[in-house]
Design a protein around this ligand. Structure first.
Ligand SMILES: *Cc1c(COP(=O)(O)O)cnc(C)c1O
Length: 436
C-alpha cells in the first residue's frame, strides 16, 4: 500500500494512544524493524531510543525469538487455559517463580500490564474477603505513580500526572502519600516515611494493600527513589498487616540494573506484576505473582476460587517467546550491558545539564531522563527527532531514553547527541509549538 493511502486510512479510522482521534499529530508508517533500528515506509531508518515503550530489550526481529514463535506456531497457537495447560506456560511459570523473590510462588497469566494490575488488586481484595475482613477494600499508593489505563489501575495512578484526572469523579477514591523525595542511592530520613506511616496508621482497618512501582516510577514522572524508602514501606506494611503489591511491569527483567527493582532494597512483595519486557516486546503478555500465603488464603476462603480468567490467558505463543526472551537475557551478560548503557547515557546526556529550559538530567540503569521546566513541544519535537534519524517520543516535561539492551556504543552516542541537539533548540521549538 502507498504511504499516502496508509496515512489517509489511518487518519480516517484509527485511534492512536493518548491522541486526538481526528488529529493525532505526526504519524509515521513503519515497514520493518531490525536490531535497534526502525525502518519507515519512506525508507528512512531510525535508531530506537524507546524499545517500543520499554519492551524490546533484545532488539527487533531477533532470530532466536522469531524461531521460538515459529516452533510454537507449528505446534499450537492457542488453547483455552480453563482445564487445559501446556509446556510453554508451565515452563514460564517455573522460571518466573525461580527468578522473583522467595515467597512468590503462584503465577496468574494476563494479557497486558493493566490487567495484571487489576488482577493484583482483586487478589488483595479476595485475600481480605477470605480472611473475613471485607471492609479492607481501599488501596494506598504514592504520588507520581503509573499502573495502567484500566479502571482500578487508573484509580491508583497519580491523580494529576497519571493521565486520568478526567475520570477522577467516577473512580474509586484511593489514598495517596507524597512521592518520596529521597533519591536513589541516598538514605531515607524519617520525615520522608512519616506521611505514608500516618496514612497506614489512620486507615489500617480499611486498607487492602499498598501498591507502588519499586525504585523507578515510570510513566508518572520517571523518578528514581531511595531503596531505603522501599525497605521502610515493606516494614510498615508488615507492622500494619497490609499487603504490598510491587508493580515491576516497567522495571522487571533488568532495566534498573537488577533483574527486579525490589532487589535494590532486598525486599519481597506479597504480590508482584510483570509485563512489558516479559516477551522481549513480541506479544502482549503479563503476569501477576502471589505469595504462597496469598494463594493459600484465597484457596481456603469462600468461594475458594479466584474470580478472574481472561480468554487468552496463558497464550502459548506469548509464553513460548517469553521463555526464549528470558533465556536469552540470562545467558548473556545483561548486567554489563546495562552498566555500559548507564555509562553511555550519563556521559552522553551530561551536556544537557544546565541548558536553558532543562530542570534536571538523571540516569539509572538503562534509563536516561532530561526533565524540562515546561511541557515538551510534542508536535515540533518528534518530527525534529525523526529528521535527526532517531525515534524518541517524550511526554509531559520529560525527554527520556530507554533503548534496547543490545544497543551499540555508536548508536547510543547518536541518540544522546540527538537529544542534546534538540535540547539546544528547545527555546526555538517552544516558540514554534502549536501542540494543544
Ligand atoms: C506500562 C505499565 C503498565 C500498564 O501496562 P500495559 O501493558 O500498557 O497495560 C502498568 N504499570 C507500569 C509500571 C507500567 O509501566
Amino acid at each position: 500500500m502507498e504511504l499516502d493511502r496508509i496515512l489517509a486510512l489511518d487518519q480516517a479510522h484509527i485511534w492512536h494512544p493518548y491522541a486526538n482521534p481526528l488529529d493525532p499529530g505526526p504519524i509515521y508508517p513503519a515497514r520493518a524493524a531490525r536490531g535497534c533500528r526502525i525502518e519507515l515506509l519512506d525508507g528512512r531508518s531510525l535508531i530506537d531510543g524507546m524499545a517500543s515503550w520499554w519492551c524490546v530489550i533484545h532488539g527487533y526481529n531477533h532470530p532466536r525469538l522469531n524461531q521460538a514463535l515459529y516452533d510454537q506456531l507449528a505446534r499450537m497457537a492457542h488453547v483455552m487455559f480453563g482445564g487445559l495447560t501446556h509446556e510453554p506456560g508451565v515452563r514460564l511459570a517455573k522460571t518466573l517463580v525461580e527468578l522473583t523473590p522467595e515467597p512468590l510462588a503462584h503465577v496468574f497469566f494476563c494479557d497486558s500490564g493493566s490487567v495484571a494490575i487489576e488482577v493484583a488488586l482483586k487478589m488483595a481484595l479476595q485475600f481480605w474477603i477470605a480472611r473475613g475482613e471485607p471492609g479492607r477494600h481501599r488501596f494506598l499508593t504514592i504520588r507520581s505513580g503509573y499502573h495502567g489505563d484500566t479502571w482500578h489501575a487508573m484509580s491508583v495512578c497519580d491523580p494529576v500526572t497519571g493521565m486520568h484526572h478526567l475520570f477522577a469523579q467516577a473512580l474509586p477514591k484511593q489514598l495517596f502519600a507524597p512521592a518520596p523525595n529521597c533519591r536513589f542511592g541516598e538514605p531515607c530520613p524519617d520525615s520522608e516515611v512519616a506521611p505514608i506511616a500516618e496514612l497506614l496508621d489512620c486507615h489500617r482497618h480499611e486498607l487492602a494493600a499498598v501498591i507502588l512501582e519499586p525504585i523507578l516510577q515510570g510513566a508518572g514522572g520517571m523518578r528514581f527513589y531511595s531503596a531505603d524508602y522501599l525497605k521502610r514501606v515493606r516494614e510498615l506494611c508488615d507492622q500494619y498487616g497490609v499487603l504490598l503489591i510491587a508493580d515491576e511491569i516497567a522495571t522487571g527483567f533488568g532495566r534498573t540494573g537488577r533483574l527486579f527493582a525490589c532487589e535494590h532494597a532486598g525486599i519481597a512483595p506479597d504480590i508482584m506484576a510483570v509485563g512489558k519486557a516479559l516477551t522481549g516486546g513480541y506479544l502482549s503478555l503479563a503476569a501477576t505473582l502471589a505469595s504462597r500465603e496469598v494463594a493459600q488464603t484465597i484457596a481456603q476462603g469462600v468461594p475458594g476460587v479466584f474470580m478472574h480468567g481472561p480468554t487468552f490467558m496463558g497464550n502459548p505463543l506469548a509464553c513460548a517467546v517469553a521463555n526464549a526472551s528470558i533465556e536469552l537475557l540470562l545467558e548473556g551478560d545483561w548486567q554489563a550491558q546495562i552498566r555500559r548503557i548507564e555509562q553511555g547515557l550519563a556521559a552522553g546526556l551530561a551536556p544537557c545539564r544546565g541548558q536553558p529550559g532543562v530542570a534536571e538530567v538523571r540516569v539509572l540503569g538503562g534509563v536516561g531522563v532530561v526533565e524540562l521546566e515546561r511541557p515538551v513541544p510534542m508536535r515540533a519535537l518528534v518530527p525534529r527527532f525523526v529528521e535527526l534519524g532517531v525515534w524518541v517520543r517524550p511526554f509531559g516535561r520529560l525527554i527520556y531514553l530507554m533503548p534496547p539492551y543490545v544497543i551499540g556504543e555508536i548508536e547510543l552516542g547518536s541518540l544522546c547527541a540527538a537529544v542534546g541537539e534538540v535540547v539546544a533548540e528547545l527555546p526555538d521549538l517552544w516558540a514554534r509549538d502549536n501542540s494543544p
